[in-house]
Design a protein around this ligand. Structure first.
Ligand SMILES: Nc1nc2c(c(=O)[nH]1)N=C([C@H](O)[C@@H](O)CO)CN2
Length: 116
């Protein structure tokens, strides 16, 4: 299966379950695997047939920063549903990492796969 990949998308936003977390921005790091048939774009070197990783990245940042969210699970699900409904893809894998959330760990996060 062809994919478009986005790795390490950094989003600074209000995220967390605790009161102190609602007073500041924290960084999320997001990896996306998006099913996309890349052959049409490649055949004629045609951007209009490509899934634009820049457009997707900007949409995801806007989506996640629109209002405070408590759980990174919610972030992952919102992203998956956005990609499926707005970008006409059939399958996505979304990983959301919250570095710094657990002092003893390098990183923590969730990963989901969704299809339609
Ligand atoms: N499965 C999850 N566990 C936790 C989350 C979360 O979003 N998903 N969030 C927190 C707190 O916001 C934490 O990140 C503060 O350091 C705790 N556990």
């Amino acid at each position: 299966m062809d994919k478009v990949l986005i790795r390490g998308l950094r989003v600074d936003t209000v995220i967390g379950i605790y009161e102190w977390e609602k007073q500041l921005h924290q960084q999320l790091q997001i990896d996306l695997d998006i099913a996309w048939d890349n052959r049409a774009a490649a055949e004629h070197d045609d951007y209009s047939k490509a899934l634009c990783y820049d457009t997707v990245s900007k949409r995801i940042v806007a989506l996640i920063t629109a209002k405070p969210i408590e759980l990174i699970e919610t972030v992952a699900e919102k992203i998956a549903q956005c990609l499926l409904s707005e970008f006409n893809t059939s399958w996505v894998r979304v990983r959301v990492m919250k570095p710094g959330a657990v002092e003893m760990a390098d990183n923590v996060g969730v990963e989901i796969e969704r299809s339609r």
